[in-house]
Design a protein around this ligand. Sequence first.
Ligand code: SAH
Length: 270
Amino acid sequence: MDLNNFKFNKKYGQNFIFDTNLLSAIVRDSEVTKDDEVLEIGAGAGTLTEVLSKACKNVVAYEIDNNLKDILNEKFSDKDNVKIIFADALNTNLCEIENNFKNKYHIVANLPYYITTPLIFKFIESEKVQSITIMVQKEVAERMVANVNSSTYGILTVMLNFYGDVKITRMVKRQCFTPMPNVDSAVVKISPKIAACDSKIFSDIVHKSFAMRRKTVLNNLSAGYKVNKNIISEWLSKNNINERARAENLRVEDYANLTKTFDTITPYLS
Ligand code: SAH
């Protein structure tokens, strides 16, 4: 592969992986099989794309950087189960992306950190997505799987675990990337599940509950919904939630229960 003339572009968060053992391990973590279709986002030099193409039925890979066109087109010219699309995956319409797939598909990606979270939330509600295996910054991975009552348990943890089952499949040292980034990474696998209740109301309750981390959920929800504390208190007690609890003390299940009993406060909303 001739990357000699290629200039890594900071703007696109380019940190490539060349270690084939690591690439194979990521593909193993994704558990894709020969029957599966895969969406890769951020093909880079196509190293992960290549390993994926051998493990699954077909790969559709998005890459934003046109400077990688020659390298990628040449590398996959003789592979008929790989399709490279030069476009911004975050700003491409979901339907347009999904038109590339006959059936359900898996997402596997090593991408820039600043787009991992928006990307996960773009795809996680799609019924066609079977799993998302993605490289994230180690600290973000830890927040994704944080335990209730811990300081890292937050909006990301609750929202993600509402939409899916999340696990860290491996830690990846910064030395594994070219060029080397300033942080270590982790691979996480997310398996979407059917939402147990209305996701808009759920999300709204979670965001309002965490508005001020040091305040109680009672105070945050009262301020957020502009509803008298007595009413909020009744709503909490109906769901066996302590009045003095903070947002980090509520499990995903507690937020789901609040969502299901949201009608307790709807008459009082202005
Ligand atoms: N998957 C490769 C490359 C990782 S670097 C590997 O593991 O080696 C991340 C890649 O994502 C870069 O090539 C970058 O240009 C690309 N990228 C960044 N933002 C993107 C976006 N919005 N849509 C598609 N590709 C993007």
